[in-house]
Design a protein around this ligand. Structure first.
Ligand code: C5P
Length: 318
């Protein structure tokens, strides 16, 4: 059984929620080679957990319940631990970090990014470094475009590469909304490949002027995602990467077909660069009974399925 100790104890347990993209709009190219984006990101209540313990040496030890995961220098948890330790100048500090993996890998759900965010939040507390959330967000951008969002999570507008964040107030019906999420367990989509494929097809439509970017950001700031939601008719979902990934990825086509057969779904889309896809429901009960009624079809398509609500926080102690 997992040890459950809160953030004032010797072992910290940090919840690391996945995210979905309610709106992923590609505006153009940036001078650093990344795409300029305008997004609404939403944390969901499907989470990994990170358990962190102080140790008396300066080692950083990582373990996981997931045997298929590399735990070496390329692991984002290790990169995050090294980053915060180097930034603090306290190279004498060590920790043992255990990852409990529940979020599917290579799914477009920011699983690796949220683990990195939870590592920063946890080590900041364990080592009493007193970085603010803004400090952690700024430092985390070098780990990946989605990591800054995952620190505070909830609902946020994300601009730039994804690291320029504007928190959306909690006062709306978002906390009751739920999703059915599906993923083919045998398929992963590479994010660089998805963006490169989109660029090949769409680069002639790219805008590159800061003034034009500003106009598109303003449009998103004024969109209905920032207003109190009608759960039966939320604003339309948008994911520009879906246009290029879905037609050539049977797992995505099947996932969208499966989701469109669920009764009571109000809208559906792919998340991030895929292949996971989700349908929105006005409540967790509605999502759960819709999935329950189609268990046989889910199996026929070879998909894994989850029901969860939107989550109003990012990486946090439990
Ligand atoms: O930042 P992250 O590691 O998640 O990005 C993975 C890859 O996705 C980048 O190397 C790039 O190819 C693509 N990407 C992009 N524009 C973004 C974010 C990611 O082109 N804003």
């Amino acid at each position: 059984m997992n040890q459950l100790i809160n953030c004032s104890g010797d072992t910290l347990r940090i919840k690391a929620p996945a995210k979905i993209n309610l709106h992923l709009e590609i505006l153009g190219m940036r001078s650093d080679g990344f795409h300029e984006l305008a997004m609404v990101m939403q944390s969901i209540d499907l989470s990994d957990f990170i358990e962190i313990k102080g140790i008396s040496t300066s080692e950083l030890i990582i373990s996981s319940n997931h045997s298929g995961l590399s735990l070496g220098d390329d692991n984002l948890i290790m990169k995050a631990a090294r980053l915060i330790r180097t930034s603090s100048g306290r190279t004498d500090l060590g920790a043992s970090i255990h990852l409990i993996k529940n979020i599917p890998i290579g799914a477009g759900l920011a699983g690796g990014s949220t683990d990195a965010a939870a590592t920063l939040v946890g080590l900041n507390k364990l080592w009493k470094l007193n970085y603010s959330l803004q400090d952690l967000e700024s430092m985390s951008a070098q780990l990946g475009s989605d990591v800054p969002f995952c620190i505070s999570g909830g609902t946020q507008l994300c601009f730039g590469r994804g690291e320029n964040l504007e928190k959306v107030d909690g006062a709306s019906a978002r906390d009751v909304m739920a999703i059915v999420l599906v993923k083919d367990p045998l398929v992963e989509v590479s994010t660089p490949w998805a963006y490169a494929t989109y660029k090949k097809v769409n680069s002639s439509k790219y805008i590159n002027d800061e003034g034009d970017f500003h106009v598109r950001r303003q449009l998103l700031r004024n969109s209905n995602w920032l207003k109190p939601l009608n759960v039966l008719s939320p604003p339309p979902l948008r994911n520009d990467l879906q246009e290029v990934v879905a037609p050539i990825t049977p797992a995505v086509k099947n996932s969208l077909k499966f989701l469109s057969s669920l009764s009571g779904a109000v809208s559906l889309a792919m998340s991030g660069s895929g292949p996971s896809c989700f349908a929105i429901f006005p409540s967790l009960d509605a999502a759960t009974s819709a999935l329950e009624n189609k268990k046989a079809e889910l199996k026929k398509y070879g998909l894994d399925g989850w029901c969860c609500t939107f989550n109003m926080k990012g990486a946090d102690c439990v």
